[in-house]
Write a protein that binds this ligand. Structure first.
Ligand SMILES: Cc1cc2nc3c(=O)[nH]c(=O)nc-3n(C[C@H](O)[C@H](O)[C@H](O)COP(=O)(O)OP(=O)(O)OC[C@H]3O[C@@H](n4cnc5c(N)ncnc54)[C@H](O)[C@@H]3O)c2cc1C
Length: 397
């Protein structure tokens, strides 16, 4: 499938920007677990992180397919888009469900780079994947909500001005009795009672908001966040009280498509690196890539990456046409995350010992891409989604 000239130009521009951020830049940050400030600033200045913000608010007004091209090229260039990707995927919730006043208040400053919307507070230590079991609560008090609770894995919270927060505004209803089909907890009440807020962390830090970094196997700037009587203006609630889960879900489809695009970029990087090395490295008097035992794994990874890429493009096309894309977004994320992880493993194997050397960047990218079969949604949960929602099998949890 060939892409439009516009997307080709976007890819070219992203590659040109990424050329200023070579392996040495990322390695130095990785050692310190430091945030890539300069890289994110360059992406913001070039307007890439405002790709999905409509032109009327100062953004580039591009499509999801363009956003996909941007994230994919960042990864394919050896950089790490995780430092800035949330600004793109949180947009889905704000754009589709935010009020005109909220959009006018935040979007122009986000587009201009004056405000960063990089934090997305959903996961909690006790709820895990079971988002509906989250406990962080927001209780109305006049013109404010008072928030108490805790989030975990809130990435980039230290490098963001705003956080999109999912909290409970009415207590969790008791589970419905199991249906005859064994579907367990069913019905609209299951998803009710959660609301989404835009939290201005500049005001909240030290006034009920505490952020603690979590050191991980890769450089990801993730944190745990504590709320103790944190006051959020009621005007910062997105949409209607109690309907937040639905708003977050539409953002989650965008997140899955964009992360899938990042995985495609990673897979392309690993495959190019492996093919190049296999062509050059001579052992037993011939390039290692002349052996089918070395070339076939590379070819397999290429095939898997191309198949996943098609699903990413289909999901993006559905998303931008405003059509239901839950299944495609999940399948794209699943296929792409598996393809990037397989390519990472293959790349290490192709490089032999050098795959482990820092200066080749493979071990760094290997650690970075490992995340995506777990987050933002783990493989098992994607499979459950397809089993239940596409194949009509009984709900398993
Ligand atoms: C580096 C990093 C960054 C992240 N950034 C963010 C962020 O910015 N914002 C945010 O909100 N979250 C973030 N997350 C959280 C991420 O989305 C979750 O880690 C992920 O969804 C998995 O949830 P969990 O860790 O609680 O795993 P759990 O829910 O505890 O699951 C553990 C394992 O059990 C499996 N499992 C659980 N239930 C079932 C079942 N019913 N059937 C089959 N298998 C099951 C899962 O598939 C998984 O493999 C991040 C996580 C990491 C590691």
């Amino acid at each position: 499938m060939s892409e439009s000239a516009e997307l080709a130009q976007i890819r070219e521009a992203v590659r040109a920007l990424c050329a200023d951020f070579p392996g040495e830049y990322w390695r130095a940050l990785d050692r310190e677990r430091a945030y890539p400030e300069q890289f994110v600033a360059a992406l913001t200045k070039a307007g890439f992180l405002a790709a999905l913000i409509p032109e009327q608010y100062g953004g580039s007004g591009l499509t999801m397919s363009a956003a996909v091209a941007i994230m994919e090229e960042i990864q394919a260039s050896g950089c790490n888009g995780a430092a800035g990707h949330a600004q793109m995927y949180t947009m889905g919730t704000l754009l589709r469900h935010g009020s005109a006043e909220q959009k006018a208040r935040y979007l122009p400053d986000i587009a201009r780079g004056k405000l960063r919307l990089q934090a997305f507070g959903v996961t909690e230590p006790t709820s895990g994947t079971d988002t509906l079991a989250l406990r962080t609560n927001a209780v109305r008090d006049g013109d404010y909500y008072v928030v108490n609770g805790q989030k975990i894995w809130t990435s980039r919270a230290e490098h963001s001005d705003l956080m999109l927060l999912l909290a409970r505004t009415t207590p969790r209803p008791p589970p419905d009795p199991p249906s005859p089909a064994g579907e367990g907890r069913v019905g609209a009440s299951r998803t009710a009672g959660l609301s989404v807020f835009i939290v201005d962390m500049r005001e909240a830090k030290g006034h009920g908001l505490t952020i603690r970094p979590i050191r991980t196997m890769m450089n990801h700037a993730t944190t745990e966040v504590f709320f103790e009587n944190m006051r959020v203006p009621a005007a910062n609630m997105i949409g209607n009280e109690g309907e937040g889960f639905r708003y977050i879900l539409s953002g989650m489809n965008a997140e899955r498509i964009l992360i899938a695009a990042e995985c495609i970029g990673d897979a392309k990087w690993f495959i190019a690196k492996a093919a190049s090395y296999a062509g050059e490295r001579v052992v037993f008097g011939r390039p290692i890539g002349q052996n089918q035992g070395v070339q076939f794994p590379i070819a397999r990874c290429y095939i898997a990456m191309r198949a996943a890429e098609l699903m990413v493009r289909e999901a993006a096309a559905l998303y931008e046409a405003g059509q239901e894309c839950g299944a495609e977004a999940n399948m794209a994320k699943h296929l792409a995350a598996e393809a990037s992880w397989a390519a990472a493993d293959m790349c290490v194997q192709t490089h032999g010992g050098f795959g482990f050397a820092e200066e080749f960047d493979i071990e760094r990218k290997f650690r970075e891409t490992r995340l995506y079969t777990v987050a933002p949604i783990s493989t098992n949960l994607v499979l459950s989604y397809i089993a239940e929602h596409v194949l009509g099998l009984p709900r398993s949890y």
